[in-house]
Design a protein around this ligand. Structure first.
Ligand SMILES: Nc1nc2c(ncn2[C@@H]2O[C@H](COP(=O)(O)OP(=O)(O)OP(=O)(O)O)[C@@H](O)[C@H]2O)c(=O)[nH]1
Length: 712
């Protein structure tokens, strides 16, 4: 059985909460309000006094004294009677009995209360009151009044009586709803809508024969200024079928190019940040990554980042060696440098495709597209166009005239105008749909990017969408997802942290521990990586997914979040954005200044030996010299601080003859009559311990705090 609250007890005893609270006060028991729970001891005390009161009241009644409790009881009976009266199916015998009873009670009622018609109105209201109400999510004051068939002002008054100032459109919390209802003797039920909101639950497995080839979705990555945007533009100009819509291409976050009658979809936002932030949101939309490396510049830091991001996502890489038109172009150097990252050309015994291009001159574009088609063929990219569409948001914004506008990439099924759709935490019906050429279309098959309108709100890039055949279902799921999102955003998902690593290893959830290393110099990053790789813990392998030089950046954190990795910073710190991202993404950042400490920590975490985050620190001791028993408060220990200090927010333990009798919180710390924040050595004070009164002269009260350990 759960805890009983004051108002529940009052109801059981036919008392008002106020009466119970007052009675408790008389008994020197302090309670906060009607929602406070009631202990067995409190119950016993109350039972006794109420029992006594009852006897006195009984005597008074026999002397003909009228009292409020009786009036209440009588009016309740009247209400009951009226309910009974309205019930036609009651058997005759009962009716007879009731009639007699009612006549008697009515007489009593009339005698007691001569207010007449007003009274009747109230009774009618009582009659109308439902016995049970059901609500879901939240209820406003107005909503509650409607459900209870009451006037909203009556509910507001009752709330005021409970100390809740509410307007009629204000949401009530569950406790308030429960209290008001209990006041009307109405039982409440909160309906929890258990709509399954996971898209996977609604997506059906495909039969092999229903699958057909679909265009590859390609992302272009690479170092700054190596020519990503130029390449995207070049492909668009040479390969997009301009024409029907006057050749004006729409920037909807992606476009389709054609080569030999086969399509390829290019995502418009170059760079790995967008790619990885989508992945961190659970969306894997890229099938192939094009790594652009300028032939005159070679492998640069962001080239390496891009490689690691693509590898972490297990996406095949095609290298486009750009700026081949330049005199200083040195493709061999690029190839040489990339071998370090396991991107080895076929000629050199590897399997990576290298295509020399000049994005600015449009040279090598055909070859690049051919290679993309080749890799796509090897990847066997397929989808079933004959089912409800599923895919991902590439971009979304609010348009003044059109409302929420979202660019979607259809990844499976066919999206049609009029479809009921849930997009992330939004929903609606596809009102209008345009393709990358700005043409209005009715249907979009797998790998097609489209822009749609008709959603109730703006979704986020990386959100997934799913079409539902039932419009109502789409709405329900959309609304529930919206609610869940609000709840989840309060306590965002936990990522891997060294503190729970061992637990996960034990439970077999962790086979590879992904690590990102950022250091002040390449040498130490490599040394740390090499040492970490050597750590041997059964069944777990350390996987260094990225190493780099410089501060920990937001991009590192996003990669860590997407890959469930821990970031180790050696002699470097996170920048402001990285710090913020780590907090919101719950990414564990470990900062070290000594290599062996970093290794030790990792090893300890993997073996489950990591110290707790906090450790106890004793801050002072006091000797109990006298005790005072105060009925409202409990035992006050008149003490003398023998060393250190006792602070108001410290935890305390009571020690008697060297044995710890109790450990808990300090309730009050006083000097004379005043509450104080701390009392230092050689001063006297009064201490009370929360929920503990067995304090004796000669006991020691030890104060301690929990301090975070600095692991650096
Ligand atoms: N000579 C030559 N220059 C090129 C080529 N491709 C791009 N460029 C030039 O290189 C510079 C950078 O090109 P962008 O396409 O903006 O490079 P990016 O990788 O998109 O750069 P960010 O958007 O800053 O990351 C521009 O001045 C381009 O004109 C090429 O094939 N040959």
């Amino acid at each position: 059985m759960g805890k009983m609250r004051i108002y529940e007890y009052a109801k059981e005893k036919n008392k008002t909460s106020k009466e119970v609270i007052e009675q408790l006060k008389k008994l020197d028991v302090e309670v906060a309000n009607h929602m406070s729970s009631i202990t067995a001891e409190m119950r016993n005390k109350l039972e006794k006094t109420f029992h006594k009161n009852k006897e006195t009241k009984a005597k008074e009644t026999s002397r003909g004294t009228n009292n409020q409790a009786q009036t209440e009881k009588a009016s309740k009976k009247t209400a009951q009677h009226q309910k009974q009266q309205s019930n036609q199916s009651k058997n005759q015998q009962k009716k007879q009995g009731n009639k007699q009873k009612n006549r008697q009670q009515n007489r009593q009622q009339k005698g007691r209360n001569k207010k007449g018609a007003m009274q009747i109105k109230q009774q009618e209201q009582v009659q109308e009151t439902p016995k049970h109400i059901v609500y879901s999510e939240t209820l406003t004051v107005n909503g509650l009044a409607e459900k209870l068939h009451k006037d909203v002002s009556e509910i507001i008054k009752k709330l005021m009586f409970l100390g809740i100032m509410a307007t009629k459109n204000q949401d009530l919390d569950d406790d308030a709803v429960e209290l008001i209802c209990s006041d009307y003797n109405v039982t409440v039920e909160k309906e929890i809508i258990l709509e399954d909101t996971d898209f996977d639950k609604y997506r059906k497995e495909d039969d092999e024969q229903d699958l057909i080839e679909r265009p590859a979705v390609v992302t272009i990555m690479g170092h700054v200024d190596h020519g990503k945007t130029t390449l995207l533009d070049s492909i668009r100009h040479t390969k997009v079928t301009a024409g029907e819509a006057g050749g004006i291409t729409q920037h909807i976050g992606a476009y389709q190019a054609e080569n030999d009658g086969k399509k390829v979809t290019f995502l418009d936002t170059p760079g790995h940040e967008a790619f990885t932030s989508m992945r961190s949101r659970g969306a894997q939309i890229t099938d192939i990554a094009i790594l652009v490396v300028a032939a005159d510049d070679g492998v640069m830091p962001q080239t390496v980042e891009a490689i690691n991001h693509a590898k972490a996502a297990e996406v095949p890489i095609i290298v486009a060696v750009n700026k081949m038109d330049k005199e200083t172009a040195n493709p061999d150097r690029v190839m040489q440098e990339l071998t370090e990252y396991q991107l080895i050309p076929e000629d050199w015994g590897g399997s990576t495709i290298f295509v020399p291009i000049s994005a600015i001159k449009g040279e090598g574009i055909d070859e690049l597209l051919e290679m993309i088609l080749l890799v796509a063929e090897m990847e066997e990219l397929k989808a079933n166009p004959n089912k409800a569409a599923f895919g991902t948001v590439i971009d979304a914004q609010l348009d003044r005239g059109r409302g929420a506008v979202a660019s979607l990439l259809v990844q499976d099924g066919t999206l049609s105008v009029g479809d009921s759709i849930v997009v992330g935490n939004t929903f609606g019906r596809v009102r209008a749909m345009v393709n990358d050429l700005g043409q209005r279309i009715d249907k979009a098959e797998p790998s097609t990017p489209v822009e749609i309108t008709g959603l109730n709100a703006v979704p986020q890039a990386g959100d997934q969408f799913l079409v539902f055949t039932d419009e109502r279902k789409a709405r329900q799921i959309g609304e529930t997802r919206q609610q869940q999102h609000i709840v989840e955003s309060r306590g965002s998902q936990a990522k891997i942290s060294l503190d729970d690593l061992f637990e996960q290893i034990k439970q077999g959830e962790m086979k590879d521990l992904n690590v990102i290393i950022k250091a002040d110099v390449q040498g130490s990053a490599e040394a740390l990586a090499a040492s970490l790789r050597k750590i041997e813990v059964e069944n777990v392998q350390i996987n260094i997914i990225h190493t780099g030089v410089g501060a920990i950046t937001e991009s590192d954190v996003i990669l860590a979040s997407a890959s469930n990795a821990v970031v180790i910073g050696f002699n470097v710190r996170p920048d402001v954005n990285a710090q913020k991202a780590a907090e919101s993404e719950k990414v564990d950042l470990r900062l070290h200044r000594v290599i062996y400490k970093a290794i030790e920590e990792m090893e300890a975490a993997m073996k489950g030996l990591l110290d707790p985050e906090y450790e106890e620190k004793v801050i002072g001791q006091a000797e109990v010299r006298e005790t005072f028993k105060v009925s409202k408060i409990g035992t006050i220990a008149g003490s003398y601080v023998t060393n250190g200090k006792i602070t108001r927010n410290a935890n305390v333990r009571l020690i008697r003859n060297g044995v710890v009798l109790y450990e808990g919180e300090l309730l009050a710390l006083k000097r004379f009559k005043d509450d104080v924040r701390e009392v230092v050595q050689n001063y006297e004070c009064g201490i009370t311990i929360k929920d503990f009164n067995d304090i004796k002269t000669g006991d020691t009260i030890e104060a301690f705090v929990m301090e975070e350990i600095d692991r650096t």
